[in-house]
Design a protein. Sequence first.
Length: 244
Amino acid sequence: MALASTHVPGPVTVDTVLRLPLQARVRHPLYWRWIRFLIFGRAVPAVLFAEMGWLQVGHLQQAHGVLQALPRLLYLFFCCIPVGLYLTRPMPVSRDGRLVARAAAFGGTCMQLVIGAFVPLHRLLFAPPDSLIFVASLLSIAAFAFALYAMSYLRRSLSIIPEARRLVTGGPYRIVRHPLYLAEVTAALSLVLAAPYLTPSLSLVVFILLQGTRARFEERLLGETFPEYAGYRRRTNALIPFVW
């Protein structure tokens, strides 16, 4: 049966393609885009964040006192909420599928997880005083709370690689264009201040560079997809409020 005689009238969408007979459906390129999206756009990132959350459960059980437990609990929420968001998010309007963009995105997402979970932490650069640990704990709490606040606005537009679904400019996105990256960098900095081991300290520099690279790729994609992004970019700082 010919594809032209079986499709539902109107614009071609995933829903219309899925209503086609099987033989016509598997011939349509949008069907295979949908299958790839289900695997790599939903399942893979959901599993990644679920694994991060599972590792955090163990860290939470080892916490001593509220100042240790609260940031770990917030981080657990930060890992678990995206699981549901990724499993239900729609296909993007546009995306940057280049290898360098994907490498920066996955590197920035996975780096701190890999460093914290699998790299031996045996060389302390200096013994942090209790006052610094206290400040780092407060900084970590603020960072993860701000990340959850940003996520509540981004919702199902959340993505690892550069993808455009809708332009979000409210809430924390009025303060900076990349509130999630600001929160993640701040949280990583707080962890290094509280436990200044050599490897995580060195990785922090690479982590910041990767997040900056991700931001540039995302901004180019958003600018190409949404004409109004240029005005938003002019009036809103990128990563540091009132500075840059």
